[in-house]
Design a binder for this molecule. Sequence first.
Ligand code: MN3
Length: 199
Amino acid sequence: MAITLPALPYADTALEPHISANTISFHYGKHHKAYVDNLNKMIDGSDLAGKSLEEIIKATAGKADQQGIFNNAAQVWNHTFYWNSMAPNGGGKPSGALAKAIDDSFGSFDAFAEKFKTAGATQFGSGWAWLVAKDGKLEVRKTANADTPLTEAGVTPLLTMDVWEHAYYLDFQNRRPDYMGAFLGNLVNWDFAEKNFAG
Ligand code: MN3
């Protein structure tokens, strides 16, 4: 069974004016789709065909001879996670257990937000910023290219922000900090992060 491109969880105009339908048409319709298509071509007829996306990522992580498969598989997973990390009328602050965990782990929501934006701003070149849970504590991470905390034992990804240029260049040109401000201020889907935190 081939890996499929999941439907977007909202209309392609739903994140406007922050992320345009034009960005979505390239980012989801071209980039995300290409990762799915490339992955299916690469695993066709191999032992990995028929395995789940998560199984493919874990089986190929850190293996130099399977870097291409890993990159495409991890990018499929990361992007689906990213689309779900945003919502129309998102932003604001989390509530309940996640809000308490953010205060306990970072000192305050604002301290978390600073750390998250710094992770995105200091990821040189392409990559991702993450909020993850590990041993009941929350951590901010950044990963390069296709790398994903999904491969780390005991780590649960809660939220991600794509900082590849293709995520923001059409709407923000080179202003990555403005994109990150819109992500946290207007788009971030705390309901999704809360569900991931609750397991
Ligand atoms: Mn991307």
